[in-house]
Design a protein around this ligand. Sequence first.
Ligand SMILES: *Cc1c(COP(=O)(O)O)cnc(C)c1O
Length: 427
Amino acid sequence: MLTNQQLFDRAQQYIPGGVNSPVRAFRSVGGIPPFLTRGLGPRVWDVEEKEYIDYVGSWGPLLHGHAHPSIIKAVQAVIERGLSFGAPTALEVEFAEQLTQWVPSMEQVRLTSSGTEATMSAIRLARGYTGRSLIVKFDGCYHGHGDSLLVKAGSGALTFGQPDSGGVPTELAAQTLVLEYNHIGQLEDLFAARGEAIAAVIVEPVAGNMNMVLPRPGFLNRLRELTRAHGALLIFDEVMTGFRVAFGGAQAVYGICPDLTTLGKVIGGGMPLAAFGGRREIMQKLAPLGPVYQAGTLSGNPVAVTAGLVNLHLAQENGLYERLGDMTRTLTEGLVALGRQYGFPMSTCSLGGMFGLYFRDILPTNLREVMESDKVAFNAFFHGMLECGVYLAPSAFEAGFVSAAHTSVELDQTLSAAENVFKKLRR
Ligand SMILES: *Cc1c(COP(=O)(O)O)cnc(C)c1O
């Protein structure tokens, strides 16, 4: 039997950093990532046959836990007929029609294979539709790894953005402006100064890539008003929040209608599937109807679409999101109470099956405040929990996920593991 260590050594010889996506390498928390071999419901197992309760859920897609029998059965049936055609299929039409019903702001959708493609394409479409170049994003929001979105703030809020990755040209980064999340004043100043040059504002309506940060009351509404008044498009990046915080996503929760929406993660149920869509008039600028080019050899793949369709049909179960929300609150409020009892000031927020957990006594509202949380305490807690068989996201700056397959058995086991860990770490 291979150990995690042996596999990680071998992986590092053939794959940069040993991983196919950086956060998996455990650089933020230190140590070795477990190499997973299987999952069932709320649990996963590694190559050493160690069992974990999983709060990562493949970084969000697994709303119903691992290897849900209905999803597996549907996928098995469809793969017998062939894996890909690169030609239209009835399944993708069914999926697109359902999405437009479930997310009414999306009058038309186009399917892609990753969230990154969806956001990149939405940005290009917004630029093509408006004939403008500037994009606005918020510090701490992640929108995949497209060049225009790997940008950090310049020296002031109204200055041009700077590359946040090697290989992103300064000239391109300068077309993206970066503001502080939840800061309505900065937004108003920017629109007053440059409103007519802005193609789009892209935002995670609930931020899930700087741990989890909820929008302040009024923030998203003001964003909607300002973009509309200045002819800029509002893009809700719901790759993480779509069908995770509620059926229909954060836009259903906050009652806001964006011009474009991007979806991913949950809509694919664990398969490579994402989408972008919005107002018909905008979507019809896409090739082959319009001048904005966008394509994909495997886009709308029948196997991925099948997994996604079943995942979303299962999400229609009555009361599912209330149950998820209750379980998630029980878990996170329990963890915070235990932490405080043992001398760790903590805070938490959650919505549906998504949660934020902070080693900081007051809930952060932007990246600057998120960065003030106690990373050393998180890392010690993370490793203690992993040792006890609880798999949390390996970074203080990632959101966590509870699935519909989690029950009070997993929650109790998690809370008693946490109590043991906090006891050992006690301050
Ligand atoms: C995960 C994520 C993406 C990128 O999706 P990939 O499928 O990893 O390319 C984009 N936006 C948000 C909000 C995400 O959480």
